[in-house]
Ligand binder design. Sequence first.
Ligand code: LCS
Length: 393
Amino acid sequence: MDTSKKGFNTKLVHAGDFEDIHGSAVTPIYQTSTFKFKNAKHGADCFAGKDPGYIYTRIGNPTINALEDKLASLENGFGGIALSSGMAAVSTVYMALLGQGMHMIGTSAIYGPSRGVMERDFSRFGVEFDFVDTSDLKNIEKHIRPNTKLLYLETPANPTIQITDIAAASELAHKHNILVCVDNTFNSPYLQNPLDLGADIVVHSLTKFINGHADIVGGAIIAKDPDTYKLIRQTMVYLGGNMDPHQAYLVIRGVKTLSLRIERSQQSAQKIAEFLENHPKIKWVKYPGLKSHPQFELAKKQQKGPGSMISFELKDGIKAGETLMNNVKLAILAVSLGGVETLIQHPASMTHAGVSHDNRIKAGITDGLVRLSIGIEDLDDLLDDLKQALDKI
Ligand code: LCS
């Protein structure tokens, strides 16, 4: 069905669907590594791009392509590329767009490995970079060089929930012929569409809100225009970070309820953020739905809602944070985010342990910062759980 003119929820359920020969109501799993050619000429035509037939699953597969088409449709992009993990998506973008002597500017508060792979690996191939607080455009402008090729934004940033103005940053970058990639993992296409705001590429860890059920790891890249799409797709095919058909099937199933899950979890997140902000043992709370968030107005303009990620610090710092994390009973002490279950974790010793202490502090990732990903459990149960754990401090 052509869903291009349909609403977001119809796209969630139906975009990317195709008719299989048996009339399957949901996208079937094509669990095959390779595809039969009708004859030698057909095989040659498929390789030459004259025939759209499938060749080999690393290059393309109907189940994976159905997910890619759905994601491209949800982000209003030209094409989607599904990968084995969010990090495969991030590093494939870096690999496709950067090379020796080229420079990238990235958000300083960013998922640890998205920075780590640049510092540890791409630096060995002569790629230059600066990670700065992109919520202040002046910091981006100050670091632009003649060889800057990519502006890599994460907004809201993991784990500081700092927000960057995508439209303004894209306008600035484009004046200097710099491509803009936005990691939209924290918001998902339900809350934010970076391509509509001027970005060129979107990256997702599908592991999080898009799949939503904490049962797969996956990633995606969505490009706005055909040339960027083809360039990055070829890098994915050569590097081999492709998704698996079974993984794709689970994400197709999970994403159908994205709007319902996010509406529910952000309703609770708002109440939990307010509860924490008013609690005497809490030093500060960062949540885009609170007036105290430094980019509260920008979040209202740029996002369809504040989301369900909260970061905060206790007055007694990390010792108190540890007591809290050790005493929650409903929230799960685990990394990852964006699933139906509420998770709590400590970025400085977990997700961002690979970032140097100095760089963490510069990025606002204090040692006492605790991160919550709110799920879809009953709000009262979540509040009771946090209250009893806070009482132990
Ligand atoms: N981008 C963001 C914003 C992320 O939060 C993550 C993972 C990735 C990319 C990488 O995705 P993956 O390869 O794990 O699918 N974030 C995690 C986190 O905060 N806790 O555990 C993983």
